[in-house]
Ligand binder design. Sequence first.
Ligand code: NAG
Ligand code: NAG
Ligand code: NAG
Ligand code: NAG
Length: 443
Amino acid sequence: MKRVSQENRTSRIVTYVTLTLVFLSVTSLYYFPLFGTYIPIIPYRTSSLVLPSPSAPPPVDHVDVVDDPIESANAEQKCDLFKGEWVPNPNAPYYTNDTCWAIHDNQNCRKFGRPDEDFTKWRWKPNDCTLPTFNPAQFLEIVRGKSLAFVGDSVGRNQMQSLMCLLNRVTYAVDVSSSADEKSRRWSYPSHNFTLANFWSPYLVTAQEVDPKGPTLTGLFKLNLDEADPSWTTRIEGFDYVIVSAGHWFFRPTLYYRNKDDLVGCHYCLDKNIEDLTMYYGYGMTFRTTFRALNSLSNFKGTVFLRTFVPSHFENGEWDKGGDCVRREPFRSNETRLDGFNLELYMTQLKEFRDAERAGRERGLSYKLLDMTEMMLRRPDGHPSRYGHPPKAKVTLYNDCVHWCLPGPIDTWNDFLLHILKMDGGRSRRFPQIIQNATSINS
Ligand SMILES: *[C@@H]1O[C@H](CO)[C@@H](O)[C@H](O)[C@H]1NC(C)=O
Ligand SMILES: *[C@@H]1O[C@H](CO)[C@@H](O)[C@H](O)[C@H]1NC(C)=O
Ligand SMILES: *[C@@H]1O[C@H](CO)[C@@H](O)[C@H](O)[C@H]1NC(C)=O
Ligand SMILES: *[C@@H]1O[C@H](CO)[C@@H](O)[C@H](O)[C@H]1NC(C)=O
């Protein structure tokens, strides 16, 4: 395969990778600063956010559950799952826009004419072991009678919809949301008594847009860095698994508060009376508060996953200046390096994760990492780009290099999720029996 020389490519990426953020309220125009410029964001229209309900049961593929090695836990434990390469996977994808109704329009790349399919045909190969591709029947057996929640922004929802599409091969979900809020939904899988939910909370802590104009006529958010967002903390206690993530929203201008109304600093507020503490400060404090909230919920007995920050891939311009993601294959490990603000955000959240893991252990809570940062840095080919909407649609983020096409590389996140669940708690030994029973679901 022909590849661009490393220096060339790296420097272009460093120069042009800019950040975005997305999806939120309907009409406002947001900007955020990066490299001294202001990046306007108009989130997508939310009118298409409601997922259509399936009018008929989804097609049930034969799911080959037997051909899925459950490797010995000992061998697996020595393997760093997150160090490896993307390798071709001719069997993928495992669903399409025609077999999965859960794909949000903005990630429905095939529907909007993306001509190539190669970006779906890769899987992650850890250097020292194998990561099996997602097996929906196995997953459903593990989560039988349990519940899983995603807490975060639209990229978290992106992973949830990937999971729903992967499960769709075996069974499908019923919308059991208690509110009409389109951004936070709850789904039930009656066949397995499994509950799936997402809680929309892009900052994880309490956040408010205090000025739609702000210091640069671009909008300004107030974050209460010591107050986890009650929209999820009040509803999370009963969940068995919680996957938290946060990312691109932190690039926006923000005011940092503590104790409700004590202004302690800001990020890019351009006010000489307020100390600019950087976005890393806000990002770190947010995760500290989030994990502390989970550790202090007395009835919470679940497993916490941190899905780490995932970089965007705008090249040859910023996101609003013609930047785009047009590559058609992954990078190899020797062709990219995590650096700059991506590295800084990643290290910031990892530090908080390690502290939380220690505190959680004392109280019997398990913390796990979905360490997607570096592997996804290598997937510039997996974004919607201009195929997240009809051609010539009036959307502000015309080329989306932040979210991920479905099917696409984000499906791999669920390969990890299942694998980690399998490794957890020594359940894997019981699988052969369970798998046989599960197989009968499909026949
Ligand atoms: C990366 O490694 C592959 C094989 O390991 C090699 O063929 C390729 O030339 C390397 N690329 C760079 C830029 O070093
Ligand atoms: C899926 O994509 C194909 C190819 O663009 C399109 O013809 C079809 O209508 C889409 N199906 C759905 C259900 O959106
Ligand atoms: C479903 O799972 C919940 C726990 O999440 C449990 O309390 C309930 O009894 C289960 N229902 C059935 C019918 O198994
Ligand atoms: C699988 O099915 C067999 C017989 O149908 C039953 O005895 C066994 O308990 C089942 N195992 C599980 C884990 O459901």
